[in-house]
Ligand binder design. Structure first.
Ligand SMILES: Cc1cc2nc3c(=O)[nH]c(=O)nc-3n(C[C@H](O)[C@H](O)[C@H](O)COP(=O)(O)OP(=O)(O)OC[C@H]3O[C@@H](n4cnc5c(N)ncnc54)[C@H](O)[C@@H]3O)c2cc1C
Ligand SMILES: *[C@@H]1O[C@H](CO)[C@@H](O)[C@H](O)[C@H]1NC(C)=O
Ligand SMILES: *[C@@H]1O[C@H](CO)[C@@H](O)[C@H](O)[C@H]1NC(C)=O
Ligand SMILES: *[C@@H]1O[C@H](CO)[C@@H](O)[C@H](O)[C@H]1NC(C)=O
Ligand SMILES: *[C@@H]1O[C@H](CO)[C@@H](O)[C@H](O)[C@H]1NC(C)=O
Ligand SMILES: *[C@@H]1O[C@H](CO)[C@@H](O)[C@H](O)[C@H]1NC(C)=O
Ligand SMILES: *[C@@H]1O[C@H](CO)[C@@H](O)[C@H](O)[C@H]1NC(C)=O
Length: 589
């Protein structure tokens, strides 16, 4: 079938309709950040018929999507799933919302648009965890291959933008760059000078696999059109006329299996069951594969409703187990977000974009204490694994978790990857800072609530469950406060207003920090790992070809499969991962 031109396909297609139903080779559940890359790549071959089923709609004219300064305005609107997070025991029982995009383009239509990849050893760790071929160098051609970087103007360079040309592609679909609304006063100089005085180096370009330092970074946006560059704009709109690519609105409930397979044999998907936009339950068949790209909070739920998961949990929901795979929905790694604020003697133009951030490693965070901490934490990994495993009902065993923690510990203390991010948001009369520990040891989960409540996942990230996460977040907070104590920033800020000296005095103790963090931390919206690419022994769900264990033709391609957190924000890595995954599916990688 390969290599046929469009005209020939046009004649062949109706044959597929012979039984009164359209037929597809690949069905992609979820037309989000990752799913649309896969749809684009698979449908590039006109002989391959691809269907995307996406719960959300085409939002290309929604101003809350297109606006380059619209971040946050989409929250709680129809394009935000606005999920509930279960009360977090480690955060004084607080509940909270978790935002997630519901549109063609997925969460890339509502996110903060930061375009940052991560530290190279973090991707190399995927291979260390047992996934041959998944490392930074293998991902690099995909990282740059999907990108079309917009070279900054002289005014943007004057406003603090710097870049390394070799780190960027210019032939890909995803337009990246800096907005014309970039803040262009003197603030970035004061901000940079303060970090330099603090002792952090300037990073000319954080996208080369070494993210430590401070920098003004690029976004996923089309500068000249002045619109957000989401996954639909980049990967769907340019190819939507392909006759072999179809997109429908619907919510995938489950994978339907072919009869016959039993025992140890892999089961084979024949298609999916989904709810149409008008609420009918319909089915469609996939000749080749079903690809789950519904995101880290939803792909595991589709697996569970399909009978792939923890047998006792499935039994409780009244679902027959097809594949005993306890890791489904487990291993969730989310970063807790914290914020502090100062009043400041600052006048800024309204709406100015300030993609200003700093990444620090363990040495930056812990200074002279680092070496002893490296040793003491290493000796504690078994205890942490036992604690975290028990808190998650022992679904992923302590021994498995300890192996993963050892890799994570080596990233932090051996490879010196960054473990904290601090973003600075100057505004009129105030400066806000948000930050998060990048590689938390806490693990949480997401599961199906009931066979009907498929849009209401039980999300439990277990923020700050691990004491060392509190330690890292405290270290991060102390670095942020010492940054504001340095010149010239100390001359600009007036008062520590949030949460204020009464709660966090300048010399706040560990206990004061811990109480403040547990009282205020919230979601950072970077949840991943819930269908992790790892061995079954480690609690993994997909193999290195992203195929779900125990199935012959179901894959997961989205944030669920990333086994360990990365310092970059997720989309840059997801676009690359989905591009490489497409090659694996097509047999070209
Ligand atoms: C508020 C916020 C800010 C963020 N900021 C940044 C940032 O600045 N930079 C960055 O790189 N990352 C950021 N992220 C993270 C990043 O955007 C996400 O991790 C990433 O987009 C997830 O991609 P995905 O492909 O895994 O899932 P998604 O892009 O979420 O795609 C999943 C798609 O599946 C659909 N879907 C769900 N269930 C079903 C179903 N059963 N049937 C059919 N369709 C279904 C959803 O509607 C959605 O369109 C942010 C996230 C949030 C929420
Ligand atoms: C855009 O966001 C605003 C603010 O949240 C909301 O009032 C408005 O309805 C949204 N527009 C659309 C088209 O959803
Ligand atoms: C969204 O709505 C919930 C309650 O429905 C509310 O608690 C929350 O503050 C709202 N969030 C935003 C960003 O408007
Ligand atoms: C990349 O963007 C430029 C505009 O900045 C455009 O002229 C060019 O065609 C784009 N390249 C691709 C491959 O889309
Ligand atoms: C600074 O930014 C403003 C607002 O975006 C713009 O109007 C102005 O031309 C910019 N100034 C310079 C020197 O680039
Ligand atoms: C604010 O800064 C200006 C100079 O930029 C200075 O003249 C003024 O005294 C400062 N105000 C306060 C309250 O510090
Ligand atoms: C990591 O940092 C430590 C100092 O904290 C240093 O001794 C070591 O050589 C560094 N390792 C790497 C791989 O850079």
């Amino acid at each position: 079938m390969r290599g046929l031109n469009r005209n020939v396909v046009y004649f062949i297609l109706p044959l597929g309709l012979a039984q009164g139903q359209e037929s597809y080779d690949y069905i992609i559940a979820g037309g989000g950040t990752s799913g649309l890359v896969v749809a684009n790549r698979l449908s590039a071959d006109p002989s391959i018929r691809v269907l995307v089923i996406e719960a959300g709609r085409d939002e290309r004219t929604n101003p809350n999507v297109t606006s380059v300064s619209g971040f946050l305005s989409a929250f709680n609107t129809s394009i935000d799933w606005a999920y509930n997070v279960v009360p977090q025991q480690s955060l004084y029982g607080r509940d909270m919302q978790y935002h997630s995009g519901r549109a063609l383009g997925g969460t890339s239509t509502i996110n903060g648009m930061t375009f940052l990849r991560g530290d190279a050893p973090e991707v190399d760790a995927w291979e260390v965890l047992g996934n041959p071929g998944w490392n930074w160098d293998a991902l690099w051609p995909h990282y740059t291959g999907v990108e079309n970087f917009t070279v900054p103007t002289a005014a943007q360079i004057a406003a603090g933008v710097s870049w390394t040309p070799e780190f960027h592609g210019e032939q890909g679909e995803l337009t990246t760059g800096c907005p014309y609304s970039l803040l262009n006063g003197s603030f970035h100089e004061a901000w940079g000078a303060t970090w330099a005085n603090w002792g952090l180096p300037h990073n000319e370009d954080m996208n080369g696999g070494d993210i430590r330092g401070y920098s003004v970074w690029p976004s996923t946006l089309d500068r000249d059109a002045n619109v957000r560059e989401d996954a639909a704009r980049a990967f769907l709109h340019p190819v939507e006329a392909r006759p072999n690519l179809k997109v429908i609105q619907g919510t995938v409930r489950r994978v339907l299996w072919k009869k016959g397979a039993s025992g140890c044999e892999a089961i084979e998907a024949e298609g999916v069951e989904y709810l149409s936009a008008s609420g009918e339950t319909l089915t469609l068949s996939a000749n080749k594969e079903v690809i789950l790209s519904a995101g880290s909070l939803r792909s595991p739920l589709i697996l569970e409703l399909s009978g792939v998961g923890h047998p006792s949990y499935l039994k409780k929901l009244g679902i027959e187990t097809k594949v005993d795979l306890p890791g489904v929905g487990e291993n969730m790694i989310e970063q807790p977000l914290g914020a502090i604020g100062y009043s400041a003697n600052l006048t800024l133009p309204a709406g100015a974009a300030t993609p200003f951030g700093a990444f620090i490693n363990a040495q930056d965070m812990f200074g002279d204490e680092t070496a002893s901490l490296a040793a003491s934490t290493k000796a504690s990994l078994a205890d942490w694994a036992a604690q975290i495993s028990a808190a998650n009902g022992g679904v992923v065993g302590a021994a498995a978790l300890e192996k993963v923690f050892a890799v994570q510990h080596d990233l932090i203390f051996g490879k010196n990857v960054t473990i904290g991010e601090i973003l600075t948001y100057p505004s009129e009369g105030a400066i806000g800072n948000v930050g998060w520990p990048l590689l938390p040891f806490s693990r949480g989960s997401v599961h199906l609530k009931s066979t009907e409540a498929i849009d209401d996942p039980v999300i439990d990230p277990k923020y700050l469950l691990a004491d060392f996460d509190v330690k890292m977040m405290t270290g991060l907070g102390r670095v942020a406060r010492s940054f504001f104590g340095q010149k010239p920033m100390s001359d600009i800020v007036i008062e520590f207003i949030s949460p204020g000296d009464a709660i966090l005095p300048p010399d706040a103790s560990d206990a004061q920090w811990e109480a403040a963090l547990r009282a205020s931390a919230g979601p950072n919206h970077h949840a991943l790992g819930t269908a992790a690419m790892m061995s079954r022994e480690l609690g993994g769900v997909v193999d290195p070809k992203l195929k779900v264990y125990g199935t012959s033709n179901v894959r997961v391609v989205d944030a669920s499969v990333i086994p360990l957190q990365i310092s970059g924000h997720l989309t840059a890595t997801l676009y690359a991962l989905a591009d490489r995954a497409s090659g694996i599916i097509l047999g070209t990688v």
